[in-house]
Design a protein. Sequence first.
Length: 322
Amino acid sequence: MSHYLVITGGVGGAKFALGLSTTLPASDVTFAVNTGDDFEHLGFHISPDIDTLIYTLAGLNDTDRGWGRREESWNFLSTLRTLDEETWFQLGDRDLAIHVYRTSLLTQGKTLSEVTDVIAKKLGINHFLTPMTDQSLRTVVVTADGKLPFQDYFVKYQSKPIVEAIEFSGSELARLSPGVSEALANDDLCGVIICPSNPYLSIDPILSIPGFRSLLSEITVPVIAVSPIIGGKAIKGPTEKIMNEMDLEAGCSSLSVARHYQDILDGIIIDTVDTEQSEDIAALGLEVSVGETLMTSLQIKQDLAQHCLSLIEKINRSIERC
Ligand code: GDP
């Protein structure tokens, strides 16, 4: 028996999660999802990354638009518009039903972990999805124009303000969710995988939970990541812009991603086009594996998942574990 803890953000992580969930049985994986993007809007608790994971694993996601549900309708939003209410955050009708349901269960006193589990199961997902924490931990983007809650930065201002720093409000009081703690305590835990997600906005919120980063740096099973950067570019979203604004020595590159996670990683998968960075990354003390990482088909997603499992096995063999 093997178990894997997978740390993920939204869109990039969900693509990888689909590959892994169609490669491994449900009992072998815990998907720990970023909730730093969560927010309250029009009275609803919205968990964008959890929903991206749920819609993707349930086959309900809109692959053309790249976010939200397919076969979506927009009656709620157009009615709001007639009421002169805020419509900067696009809420489709089908999506809205999930937010209404989540909010009502939370109001009844259920935890976000419990609610996530119920929704995932009701939508037919067998794999276990858990929020990183049940506490409120909110990503705040410090920009040249002032501090912005994540969704204001990302949606309202379309990631345009220049990023100076990123803060995680409430992180000092946050604890890992029971699902993440159980995965870490699982005797069959064989490895930890950091998805090709935005390191700053999707993975750092999880790493900011007190004790988690140091736990990963000391854990006896391999911790590996898949780089979200291919050929100096992000596939989607503000990762590239943020990395360029952060004044990193190696700019927007897989090398910078490796440096960012250096203290917790044993290995990293980078794309074939970045092969020339292997030597510099290996010099950080990491096992570097090169392969196709642009997930344009289910087959490539599954191959990448398999690549991760092989890398974990290789590192485990080299330290005679698992
Ligand atoms: P978000 O929370 O919705 O922004 O999603 P994530 O943080 O999980 O994903 C955003 C990151 O995914 C970006 O940095 C992209 O470069 C990366 N990404 C998206 N698709 C791919 C892909 O096919 N391959 C790789 N390697 N990275 C990807």
